[in-house]
Design a binder for this molecule. Structure first.
Ligand SMILES: NC(=O)c1ccc[n+]([C@@H]2O[C@H](COP(=O)([O-])OP(=O)(O)OC[C@H]3O[C@@H](n4cnc5c(N)ncnc54)[C@H](OP(=O)(O)O)[C@@H]3O)[C@@H](O)[C@H]2O)c1
Length: 344
């Protein structure tokens, strides 16, 4: 068996690459045809029901506006209710007929049950579930002074997708609806200072790719992976700062959304209505996937070269690459009250 695997290790990768190289033009042609066909027969969202988690900010907010322009009815979910009311007004001006606001926490299964059942009671059905709730972070793993924050990263970024999906699936099956997932390119292109976030996003991607096989064609799943788009996450808001301390909720009230976020939301909703299985933006990140599989060392060297200079200014906003000395063992402290204040 070992000998067989050794031979296959030598033969299969180059043979697969050669086959792919020949098939690539044909595949690209077929994909383009399919894209035109699906664009022609894309889903009309008028009067359909779309529930968006994480709708109080950036991408979630812009997704709400995109669906509103398509005259869908909306259910906006997040914890900051006051923000949702403003977004509701904007969405109605843009064309959404009915917009419900539901202040809820996606980490709590009972909250998810409540907002899904309220949606069904009010509208009678659900067509798209859009998961955009998340929590980013921006610290080296060793800098964290409080491990109590770790589960929150997984709770919001992973379970915060799973619970709404679990509760909504029977209704999405009835309408042959769709789930729109916000994954991230960090799930396969690791970036420093985002270890827990990247791990959660990788889990999210695996979860939905497996679920796609289970639900077959009854429920569509669009997985969007994107790079930095310019939102709370990328502006350093609602992150874990100085180790495990989080900013106060009030401090997160920042002017939201750059052109990138709007553009990306537009692409996402267009892709979901077309029935795309994946949506990548920008697409050139794809090449790193190949490197990850076939030349991981090259990727490793490149990252080390680009990211090892602690004084180097990052290309993206905040000092993402700034280093600080690793935490000393004695520096681990019990749960931070500031952290509890915001996460509870
Ligand atoms: N921005 C980027 O560059 C980027 C890149 C790659 C992927 N993404 C992904 O795109 C999605 C949206 O990102 P974003 O930039 O718009 O993030 P964001 O601005 O930080 O917004 C996160 C949203 O999640 C909500 N949320 C957080 N915890 C929640 C909870 N427990 N229950 C309910 N809602 C909760 C927040 O609202 P409340 O605080 O009011 O609850 C907020 O509306 C995320 O999945 C993110 O991982 C973003």
């Amino acid at each position: 068996m070992d000998l067989l695997n050794a031979i296959l290790n030598l033969v299969v990768p180059p043979a697969g690459m050669v086959m792919l190289a020949f098939a690539w033009p044909t595949l690209s042609f077929l994909q383009t045809l399919e894209w035109f066909f699906k664009t022609l027969y894309r889903e009309n969202m008028e009067n359909k029901v779309v529930l968006i988690t994480g709708a109080s900010s950036a991408i979630g907010e812009q997704l709400a506006y995109e669906y509103a322009r398509r005259k869908a009815n909306l259910v906006l979910v997040a914890r900051r209710e006051h923000r949702l009311w403003g977004i509701r007004e904007n969405a109605r001006l843009l064309g959404a007929k009915h917009v419900l606001v539901m202040a809820s926490d996606v980490v709590k299964e009972e909250d998810c049950r409540r907002f899904i059942s309220d949606t069904i009671n009010y509208f009678g059905h659900l067509h798209h579930l859009v998961n955009a709730a998340s929590l980013g972070h921006n610290f080296y793993f060793e800098e964290a002074t409080d491990s109590s924050v770790f589960p929150h990263m997984m709770d919001i970024n992973f379970w915060g997708n799973v619970y709404p999906t679990y509760v909504a699936l029977p209704y999405l099956r009835q309408t042959r609806g769709r789930i729109l997932v916000n994954a991230s390119m960090e799930s396969w292109l690791p970036m420093p200072r985002m270890s827990l976030y990247a791990a959660a996003k990788a889990a999210v991607t695996s979860f939905y790719e497996t679920l796609r096989f289970e639900v077959k064609d009854d429920v569509g799943i669009t997985i969007a992976t994107h790079g930095w788009t310019g939102s709370d996450i990328s502006r350093g808001k609602f992150m874990l700062e100085e180790g495990s301390e989080m900013q106060w909720k009030e401090e997160r009230e920042v002017p939201l959304t750059g052109g990138h976020v709007k553009e990306f939301a537009k692409l996402m909703v267009a892709g979901a209505c077309r029935g795309d299985a994946y949506l990548k933006h920008p697409r050139w990140y794809d090449i790193f996937m190949l490197y990850r599989v076939f030349a991981p060392d090259v990727l490793g060297w490149t990252f080390r070269l680009l990211l090892s200079d602690h004084k180097a200014k990052p290309t993206i906003g905040r000092p993402l690459l700034e280093a600080s000395p690793p935490r000393k063992p004695s520096a681990i402290s019990p749960g931070s009250p500031r952290l509890q204040h915001i996460v509870e």
